[in-house]
Write a protein that binds this ligand. Structure first.
Ligand code: NAI
Ligand code: 15L
Length: 277
């Protein structure tokens, strides 16, 4: 019979010993930080910006992703990484090159050297932003980046593919749609990913037994959709939220959309017309 001190009554060991969350000071990082602690003994959180005080089971490390030595120290001793850090919007190339391209290269090199088993990479729908809004596409369709930012995420996806093929380092690329507390406009009726579904997607990506190199669009169970995630069902992600309850208010707020406007025609929305810089 199990007693209070017997092994069968002990709390289950966390799934990971040490997890790294980059971009922890950003919007999604702040949403995920309190939700990932249950998966690991120690959550190492990192950003270039201030992180606040580390919790009892946390390590907080300020590190610029473009600094290879800092990133190598950051990755030492972690089993898996949720990589959110970097520039998250369209803009001039140089800063994106440093944070997103050099940064993701540093992260994967460090992960290879330190034997990290899996990375969940925050890619973006802007890898395929030049598909039209009247098309339904799959993760395996050719990339059509809509700017410097989308190009940097395409680089990250290809880099992660190489690190899996060459070194067996597993990655799930999350082509996140629009992850905010609520959808903000009509476009986000198709692209919205609630924070609870984001958590479900990240946890599924971290814990699915075998992911190899997987690509999945990050969206809730929205009625309108441009993305078919059938090929990623092995992850076991089942969204439970939907943008539908927000539809009436958003359509009232934005009654007229010009179908000739590129930001209405293409999935990438306003990103497709930004620049040149
Ligand atoms: P965010 O901009 O709020 O957070 C990004 C974080 O990365 C910031 O805290 C920033 O300080 C940090 N960072 C920027 N440059 C850095 C550098 N050189 N070194 C270290 N840290 C640096 O963005 P958000 O919304 O939290 O997104 C997180 C990730 O998810 C990003 O990679 C973004 O591209 C991706 N994503 C987010 C979407 C969304 O709807 N929120 C949609 C698609 C992708
Ligand atoms: C992204 O990739 C951005 O990080 C986020 O801020 C949103 O703009 C989102 O895409 C979107 O397409 O709505």
């Amino acid at each position: 019979m199990a007693t209070a001190s017997s092994p069968t009554s002990a709390a289950p060991a966390p799934r990971f010993d040490r997890l790294l969350l980059t971009g922890a000071a950003g919007g999604l990082g702040r949403a995920l930080r309190p939700r990932l602690g249950r998966l690991c003994r120690v959550l190492r959180v990192s950003d270039i910006a201030a992180l606040g005080a580390a919790g009892a089971s946390e390590e907080a490390v300020v590190a610029p992703l473009q600094d290879a030595a800092a990133v190598h120290a950051l990755v030492a001793g972690v089993e898996a990484i949720v990589h959110l850090g970097g520039i998250s919007v369209e803009g001039p190339f140089e800063p994106i090159l440093e944070a997103n391209i050099v940064g993701v290269w540093n992260l994967y090199e460090a992960a290879r050297k330190h034997g990290t088993r899996r990375i969940v990479f925050a890619s973006s729908n802007h890898v395929t932003g030049f598909y039209r809004q009247d098309e339904v596409i799959r993760p395996g369709d050719p990339m059509r980046p809509d700017g410097h930012y989308g190009l940097s995420k395409a680089f990250g996806e290809n880099l992660s593919r190489f690190y899996f093929d060459r070194y067996g380092l597993e990655t799930v690329c999350l082509r996140i749609g629009s992850s905010f507390p609520e959808p903000k406009d009509r476009r986000m009726l198709a692209t919205w990913l609630s924070y609870d579904d984001l958590e479900r997607l990240v946890v599924a990506s971290l814990t699915a037994p075998v992911v190899g190199h997987s690509v999945v669009y990050g969206m809730s169970d929205n009625t309108t959709t441009w993305w078919d995630n059938t090929s990623a069902r092995h992850l076991g992600y089942r969204p439970q939220d939907s943008s539908e309850p927000f539809r009436a208010a958003l359509e009232a707020k934005q009654p007229e959309l010009d179908p000739g406007d590129p930001s209405v025609r293409f999935q990438g929305g306003g990103f497709v017309t930004r620049g040149p810089y």
